[in-house]
Design a protein around this ligand. Structure first.
Ligand code: 5GP
Length: 146
């Protein structure tokens, strides 16, 4: 069952965290890494992924670390608003395959919304151009408060 089970250390986010797979990184600290989603649902869609955990979803993450995860999520959301000027922002995460989860290492989505621009469907977005992701990541990183 995807909602409950053992952590698979070969998931793609674990590989990114170990430096075994690439990502377009925006920032990292001791608690999290944030990078661009490779199949963005909108321009600037990014992910906040906690380090040093085997939490598959929200339910098995250490509660004392939630503050750091959501502080980073807030910081990144504010930077995205400043850098990309969206009209709204979705902050969400999925628990279990029937809920939409495909990668079983806890992560938070930050998905900017732009009026009159449709959202790509989850899992059905087109792979992004890497240079475009790099340019967006640079703009977002530049807007991060210290
Ligand atoms: P979930 O469906 O588990 O909530 O979200 C997983 C997200 O990871 C999806 O939005 C998907 O586009 C993204 N994703 C899948 N594979 C990769 C990858 O190799 N690199 C990056 N940066 N994102 C990925």
């Amino acid at each position: 069952m995807s909602l409950v089970g053992d952590y698979d250390g070969n998931n793609i986010f674990a590989k990114i965290l170990r430096g075994e797979a690439p990502c377009v990184k925006i920032f990292e600290n001791d608690e999290v890494i944030a990078f661009m989603d490779i199949f963005p649902q909108s321009q600037g869609h990014c992910l906040v992924v906690p380090k040093n955990t085997q939490a598959r979803n929200l339910t098995d993450f250490a509660p004392e670390r939630l503050g750091a995860l959501f502080a980073a999520t807030q910081k990144l959301t504010k930077a995205i608003i400043s850098a990309l000027n969206p009209d709204g922002v979705i902050v969400t995460q999925f628990n279990g395959a029937p809920a939409g989860q495909t990668i079983f290492h806890l992560h938070v989505h930050i998905i900017p919304r732009y009026e009159n621009l449709p959202l790509q469907r989850h899992h059905e977005g087109k792979p992004a151009d890497i240079d475009t992701l790099r340019e967006q990541a640079k703009r977002i990183a530049g807007a991060l408060e210290n």
